[in-house]
Design a protein around this ligand. Structure first.
Ligand code: TMP
Length: 212
């Protein structure tokens, strides 16, 4: 089972993933948490280039391709081997981030991006994707208040972040069997309970023998 967490910045994905993985591990699954961009030594170096406030002159196509190189490495070095060994992978962002940010946010052609994504992932799609949906104004305020790093990509305009959110909502509407929309403005514990319940239900549904 391959689970991804998606959504606008500040939706709390990174703080939700640890407790979710812990819960699923206690439920008896082998679970790996990873993130994008990054998740491998090569990907982490690509992440630094992408996030660096000094990379201001980066061309949008360069940015798109860097996201794909980090992703290709993560898929082949980490995700596929873990899934093949029967494990569960929970990933903080994946291919849908490229559609939401570079597609809906920046206006790059969705068809072009989809073919790049297919190449980068070798066709690997998540089984379940949570959209931690949040008003970008709230998300940006949370990011600023959180005291974490403020990176090059955070510096985009509010209008851009609004397009990203609307893009995510459309992606979720287009593939309702894969996406589950979660209201990320709820208290973190409420978000966590929802993630746990839905993930466990889906996993049990995939493995009927475990229900006995
Ligand atoms: P995060 O690790 O804090 O989620 O930051 C990753 C940033 O990179 C976030 O602003 C979303 C952005 N991003 C893209 O624009 N395209 C992508 O394909 C991915 C994976 C992330």
């Amino acid at each position: 089972m391959f689970i991804t967490l998606e959504g606008p910045d500040g939706g709390g994905k990174s703080s939700q993933i640890g407790p979710l993985v812990e819960f699923l591990t206690r439920a008896g699954y082998r679970v790996l948490a990873t993130r994008e961009p990054g998740g491998t030594p090569i990907g982490d170096r690509v992440r630094q280039v992408l996030m660096d406030l000094g990379s201001a002159e980066m061309h949008p196509r360069t940015e798109i391709l860097l996201f794909q190189s980090s992703r290709a490495q993560l898929v082949e070095q980490v995700i596929r081997p873990y899934l093949a060994a029967g494990g569960v992978v929970v990933c903080d962002r994946y291919a849908d981030s490229t559609l939401a940010y570079q597609g809906y946010g920046q206006g790059e052609s969705l068809a072009t991006l989809r073919s790049l994504l297919d190449f980068a992932t070798g066709g690997l799609k998540p089984d379940l994707t949570f959209l931690l949906d949040l008003d970008p104004e709230v998300g940006i305020a949370r990011r600023k208040a959180g005291g974490g790093e403020w990176n090059r990509l955070d510096a985009n305009t509010l209008a851009y972040h609004r397009r990203v959110r609307a893009g995510y909502q459309e992606l979720a509407r287009l593939e309702p069997a894969r996406w589950v929309l979660v209201d990320a403005s709820q208290p973190p514990d409420a978000v966590q309970s929802q993630l746990r319940r839905i993930a466990l239900d889906r996993m049990r549904a995939q493995e009927p023998s475990r229900q006995a």
